[in-house]
Design a protein around this ligand. Structure first.
Ligand SMILES: Cc1cc2nc3c(=O)[nH]c(=O)nc-3n(C[C@H](O)[C@H](O)[C@H](O)COP(=O)(O)OP(=O)(O)OC[C@H]3O[C@@H](n4cnc5c(N)ncnc54)[C@H](O)[C@@H]3O)c2cc1C
Length: 450
C-alpha cells in the first residue's frame, strides 16, 4: 500500500493540487492532461511579442488554500497582494473614489471609506450598511437561500438600482461572474460573509505579476516533477473502467493504465461523460450546470493612460482594469487588461465592434487615454469561463467522494461552497486527494481543504 499508484486526470489547479497532495502523502502519481500545458483555465499565450493571459485572475487574502498552493509550487515571489484593501473606483463624471479598509475589525473596516464614497448618496449608504448587516446574519446552513436571486433580496432590503450598480455589482460580478440579478442569494451571502463581513484583512487583493502560464503552469510542472509525479501532457483520458478486483483502469488512447484510484479533475461536462456508470447517481445533474463567459480586452497604448495598478469603473461598461505592462513584457506605453465578467452581451461580438465600443469608454474613464494612440487591441473570449452560480446551482454540485471511493471528483464546479474560483479549484483538489487517501486506508496526515 505504501507506494500505491493513482491517476489524476486534468491538469488545472484542481488536478495539480490533488496530485501534489497525493504525492506528498507518499503515493505514486501520474497526472494526465489533455492539452500541451498545465494550468487549465489559467494560461498565457504570446501575441506580437507580448505575453497575454487568457483573463485577469485575482485572489483575496481569504483564499488560504490558493495562497498555500502558490507557495507549494514555488510561485510566492510571482504574486503580489495589497497590504490592505484599496480599490480606486472611477466614475466618468464623478471621478475617483476609493473603497479601502481601515484597521477597524470587520464589518466596521469599510465604514470610513463608505462614508467618503462619492458614487452613492447618503440614503444608499445607510441601506448598504443595513443590507450588509442582514447579509452577515443569513444562515449558510439554510440551503433554501439558493432558491432566490441576490438582486431580488437586495431590492427587498430597499436597495436602489444605483447602489446595485455602484456597489453590489462591483463586487458580485468579478467574484461570481454573474450580476446580482442572476446570482444565487446563498452563493452571494457566502462570498460577502467570508470576504467582507467577518475578517478585516480577508478582502485584501492579490494577483500574479508575471504571466499566469509562468506563475501556475510552468512552476507547477517543476514542483510536481520534484515530488515524483509523472506529468503526461497531450494525454486526454477517454474512459474509466472499474475492475472487479481492487483497481481501476484509465484509458488514454490505445493505452490502459491500471491504478488503485483516480481523481477526475476535468471540467464538469467532461466529467459527466467520463464518470463510470453507477459511480455517481447525479452525473446528469452536474452536466446541467450552466456556463458564464468572461471577455478580456488587452489594449496597448503608446503612453501611460492609467495611474493605478488597477481600478474598477462604475457608470460605464468598463468593469475592472489592470495595468499589465510589466507582465506582458511591454517596454514602452501601457498595456491595460479590461476584464469583463458575466460577459454574455460581449462574448459573441466581433473584435472591431468591441474596440469601437470600449476605446471611447476607456477615454471617458481615463481622460489621458483620449490623447493616446492605441497601438494594438486583442480580445480573449472564454465562453465557458465558470459555471453560473444562479439559484438552484447548489444541489447540482457533487461532493468529491462518489459511490465508488476509488473514483473522486475535483474541479471548481464541485461542492466546495466557493464560487468557480482558483480557491475553489485548489480546495476541490485537496478534498479529492483526501477522499482517495481514505479509500486506500491512509488515515494519517490527511490534507485539509484549506
Ligand atoms: C478568463 C477567466 C478569468 C477568471 N478570473 C478568475 C479570478 O479572477 N479569480 C479566480 O479565483 N478565478 C477566476 N477564474 C476561474 C478559475 O480560473 C477557475 O475556477 C479554475 O482555474 C478552474 O480550475 P479547475 O482545475 O477546476 O478546472 P480547469 O482549469 O478547467 O482544468 C481542467 C483541466 O482538465 C483538462 N482536461 C479536460 N478533459 C480532459 C481529459 N479527457 N483528460 C485529461 N485532461 C482533461 C483540461 O485541459 C484542463 O486543463 C477565471 C476563469 C477564467 C476563464
Amino acid at each position: 500500500m505504501s507506494d500505491a499508484a493513482v491517476v489524476v486526470a486534468g491538469g488545472g489547479l484542481a488536478g495539480i493540487s490533488a496530485a501534489l497532495a497525493l504525492a506528498d502523502a507518499g503515493l505514486r502519481v501520474t497526472l494526465l492532461e489533455a492539452r500541451g500545458r498545465l494550468g487549465g483555465a489559467t494560461y498565457s499565450f504570446q501575441r506580437d511579442g507580448l505575453w497575454l493571459d487568457n483573463g485577469q485572475h485575482v485572489f483575496l487574502r481569504c483564499c488560504t488554500a490558493y495562497r498555500a498552493f502558490i507557495e507549494r509550487i514555488g510561485s510566492g515571489d510571482l504574486v503580489t497582494m495589497q497590504r490592505r484593501l484599496d480599490i480606486p473606483v472611477i466614475h466618468p463624471e464623478r471621478g475617483v473614489s476609493r473603497l479601502a479598509r481601515s484597521d477597524l475589525p470587520a464589518p466596521l473596516h469599510l465604514t470610513r471609506s463608505l462614508a467618503a464614497y462619492r458614487h452613492l448618496g447618503r440614503l444608499d449608504k445607510l441601506r448598504v450598511v443595513r443590507s450588509a448587516a442582514a447579509l452577515a446574519r443569513l444562515d449558510l446552513g439554510d440551503r433554501s437561500l439558493d432558491e432566490q436571486t441576490f438582486g431580488r433580496w437586495l431590492r427587498d432590503q430597499g436597495v436602489s438600482a444605483r447602489a446595485l450598480e455602484s456597489f453590489w455589482d462591483l463586487i458580485v460580478l468579478p467574484t461570481l461572474n454573474v450580476p446580482c440579478d442572476e446570482a444565487s442569494l446563498w452563493q452571494s451571502a457566502m462570498v460577502f460573509q467570508v470576504g467582507l463581513l467577518t475578517d478585516g484583512p480577508a478582502a485584501d487583493l492579490g494577483y500574479a505579476t508575471v504571466p499566469l502560464g509562468e506563475a501556475h503552469g510552468a512552476r507547477a510542472v517543476t514542483a510536481l516533477e520534484a515530488s515524483g509525479v509523472d506529468v503526461r501532457l497531450h494525454s486526454a483520458i477517454s474512459g474509466i473502467e472499474r475492475a472487479e478486483a481492487d483497481g481501476v483502469q484509465v484509458r488514454v488512447g490505445a493505452e490502459s493504465i491500471p491504478t488503485a484510484a483516480v481523481v477526475l479533475a476535468v471540467p464538469h461536462e467532461q466529467a459527466a461523460r467520463l464518470v463510470p456508470a453507477g459511480v455517481h447517481a447525479n452525473a446528469e445533474s452536474f452536466a446541467d450546470l450552466e456556463h458564464s463567459p468572461i471577455v478580456n480586452l488587452h489594449v496597448i497604448y503608446d503612453r501611460r493612460v492609467m495611474d493605478h495598478a488597477f481600478a474598477a469603473a462604475v457608470g460605464s461598461p468598463v468593469q475592472w482594469v489592470f495595468d499589465r505592462s510589466a507582465a506582458t513584457g511591454l517596454t514602452m506605453g501601457q498595456c491595460l487588461a479590461v476584464s469583463l465578467s458575466g460577459a454574455t452581451a460581449y462574448a459573441e461580438r466581433p473584435t472591431e465592434e468591441l474596440r469601437a465600443m470600449f476605446i471611447p469608454e476607456l477615454a471617458r474613464v481615463f481622460p489621458k487615454a483620449a490623447d493616446a494612440h492605441v497601438t494594438a487591441f486583442y480580445v480573449t473570449r472564454e465562453h465557458r469561463a465558470t459555471f453560473r452560480p444562479v439559484p438552484g446551482t447548489l444541489r447540482l454540485r457533487p461532493r468529491a467522494t462518489t459511490a465508488d471511493p476509488r473514483v473522486a471528483l475535483a474541479g471548481a464546479w464541485t461542492d466546495t461552497g466557493w464560487p468557480a474560483t482558483m480557491e475553489g479549484a485548489v480546495r476541490s483538489g485537496r478534498q479529492a486527494a483526501r477522499s482517495v487517501l481514505l479509500a486506500l486506508g491512509r488515515e494519517r496526515n490527511l490534507p485539509t481543504a484549506a
